[in-house]
Design a protein around this ligand. Structure first.
Ligand code: PLP
Length: 401
């Protein structure tokens, strides 16, 4: 039988970083020596007390369906987290727990968007900000942000992008892939623009909140501009802060009316999130937090290592990321050069393929983030692996003519 697929399937594709990671795994299985720097997850282990809490929950019989929106105890811990870290006050009806921040985003866009609606997405972006609205039939309005503006959206850029059809602005700080961190004054300037456009809401993805470098202070827009809280969805999760990517728990705080509709979407897709994972994240949020800044410091050391090696490489330029765990390298200087096999490197996708196939390092092409001429290196790897990977990238660049 030939299947006929829905029209919407033509509007989005598999995540390119997931595809690259899959290819790296396949090459490794074939015996190739590949250093995988393509995936977006901490290399640290989930803390022991968190794993123990999951065991205890399973043994205590917490193995049944939970409330669709998440268990009340975890909602209370999330409320406390928002109060402690972000000075934000939410009630239980303003919280949703989902299977990852990605499901939170899926819920909000499915609940609110339809054909013709627009979503302002600063580039470089995490691909789901573009693809999920497209899946819902809406149009992403991508605003390119350059290294000169720190890969951040400016007030002017936002003002130009907003139309009568704009429903959401997506913010992500620290950002994937560029590691951009918005300072309070920058968020305040964006808030000022938004005040003139009361029909525009904000989805802010703060999942890398705790991975900030050089003693920067993290801020989120509802905290900086409390008058916008009633139209802001503040998204966060356990994946990056607690090295819990596989446990699949994300959460958000927002207006009860919006959360309610998001719960409806969740009720007809996955129901409540995994019961044991919710118990684990409860332990993570309520337990010791001292390892969190320690891990951020380790990422900062790795960032410095990778930057110092790659910025010495002819053809590459890397802006210093302020947070998250990626280096977003500019490889425009290499485009047009030829590989020893005689192929011309015409795009960052060509470069990434060449580095993976000939030099054994898996990274992700900038096209996947709306920024050709760049590639993303995950620094969630040991210093030994990062040193070896950078040496291989240097050799790959030197071999181009
Ligand atoms: N938001 C950003 C910016 C990410 O980079 C990622 C994962 O790479 C996610 C959300 C997904 O988070 P979760 O694992 O909670 O779905």
């Amino acid at each position: 039988m030939t299947f006929k697929f829905a029209q919407r399937m033509g509007r989005f594709e598999m995540s390119p970083s997931a595809r690259t990671s899959q290819r790296a795994r396949e090459l490794r299985a074939l015996g190739h020596d590949i250093i995988p720097l393509s995936s977006g997850e901490p290399d640290f282990a989930t803390p022991e007390h968190v794993v123990e809490a999951a065991y205890a929950a399973a043994r205590a019989g917490q193995t049944k369906y939970t409330t669709t929106s998440g268990v009340e105890a975890l909602k209370d811990a999330v409320i406390e987290k928002f109060r402690r870290d972000n000075d934000l006050d939410y009630g239980r009806s303003e919280i949703i727990i989902s299977a990852g921040a990605k499901q939170v985003l899926f819920n909000v866009f499915m609940a609110t968007l339809e054909a013709g609606d627009e979503v302002v997405v600063p580039a470089p972006y995490w691909i789901s900000y573009v693809q999920i609205p497209q899946m819902a039939g809406a149009k992403p309005v991508v605003v390119p942000c350059t290294a000169d503006s720190g890969f951040k959206l400016t007030a002017d850029g936002l003002a130009e992008a907003i139309t009568g059809r704009t429903r959401w602005l997506v913010l992500n700080s620290p950002s994937n892939p560029a590691g951009a961190v918005y300072m309070r004054a920058e968020l305040a300037a964006l808030a000022e623009v938004l005040r003139a456009h009361p029909h525009v809401g904000v989805v802010t993805d703060d999942i890398y909140e705790h991975i900030v470098f050089d003693d920067r202070e993290f801020a989120t827009i509802a905290e900086v501009a409390p008058d916008l809280k009633a139209r802001t969805l503040t998204v966060n999760g356990a994946s990056k802060t607690y090295a819990m990517t596989g446990w699949r728990i994300g959460y958000a705080g927002g207006p009860a009316e919006l959360i309610n509709e998001m719960i409806k979407v969740q009720s007809q897709s996955t129901s409540g999130p995994c019961s044991v994972s919710q118990a684990a994240v409860l332990a993570a949020l309520e337990g010791p937090q001292d390892f969190v800044p320690q891990r951020a410091k380790a990422f900062e050391t790795r960032r410095d290592l990778v930057l110092s090696m790659l910025n010495q490489t002819d053809g590459l330029k890397c802006r210093q990321p302020e947070g998250a765990f990626y280096v977003f390298a500019d490889c425009h200087g290499l485009l047009g050069r030829r590989t020893p096999e005689g192929e011309t490197v015409q795009s960052s996708a060509d470069f990434v393929r060449y580095v993976m196939d000939r030099h054994g390092v898996a990274t992700v092409q900038g096209e996947a983030y709306g920024a050709d001429g760049h590639f993303r290196i995950s620094i969630a790897a040991s210093e030994g692996d990062l040193t070896e990977a950078c040496a291989r990238i240097q050799a790959a660049c030197a071999a181009l003519s």
